[in-house]
Design a binder for this molecule. Sequence first.
Ligand code: SAM
Length: 266
Amino acid sequence: MMFSPLGDLPDDEARLAEQHLLWRGCLIDALDRLGVGEGLSVLDVGCGGGRLLADLAYRVGPMGRVHGVERDPALVEQARATLGDIPWATAEAADLLTAPLGEGWDAILCRFVLSVLPDPATAIHRFAAALRPGGVLVVQDALHDSFSVFPPNEVITSTLVTCAGLAGARGIDLRAAGHLPAALVGAGLELVEVEPKVHAGRPGSLAWRWCERSLLNQLPVLRAAGLLDAEHEVELRAAWAELGQHPGAMVMTPTAVVIAARRPKR
Ligand SMILES: C[S@@+](CC[C@H](N)C(=O)[O-])C[C@H]1O[C@@H](n2cnc3c(N)ncnc32)[C@H](O)[C@@H]1O
């Protein structure tokens, strides 16, 4: 999952709920600016457990339609449960790289998905073809560079570097969002806006708690890869707890960029 680039994490539900809350606002602001609202048809590709899909369903209302495509059947079940019995909202288990995506969508949303795909360009071309002329593709994805703590802490910083190294070795680009505007243009779309957002927060804030989980939930993955021994894990946990007691501590999140592009009218 994005911001945990090292793969699926155990006990990740709270982190994902906080993630949605933290990054939802800037995406919703973009949808307001772009006029993605009442009565429109919206496809959410890689919809995960459906938190955003539910927001979209209430946003477009009964005159609109929303549909989620998600590869993981367990998450599709979760998305259906999240949607409840909204008649104009559906979710299906399918691979966005191969399944028919339909056509004529007013808007397609893709949040924290393209950066985990081996070949995002193929997906973007498919999304472009599934939009109606004048329809808009809205992507939210991450640049991890800004993820940092203050006052700087050597143990925490070196663990972030280790995470980044492992992600890179596994072919995951932690700066993926930076390449997406050009990829959207390359698929024949017209770029409408590019809006970055970084949160900063004190200990206990939503940004702090989400960064804490994003880091600490990855430790089992580092352990399994042989990149963190028990002693270092204790040291890291102690360093994070100590930083949280500092009255002037601050965390900066990764940057999430919202990128919107339209399919030309003809
Ligand atoms: C980081 S999660 C983001 C989930 C959701 N968009 C959100 O913002 O909460 C990435 C999601 O993309 C899904 N995914 C990855 N590759 C996919 C594919 N080829 N087809 C469909 N879903 C895919 C994953 O299963 C996962 O649920």
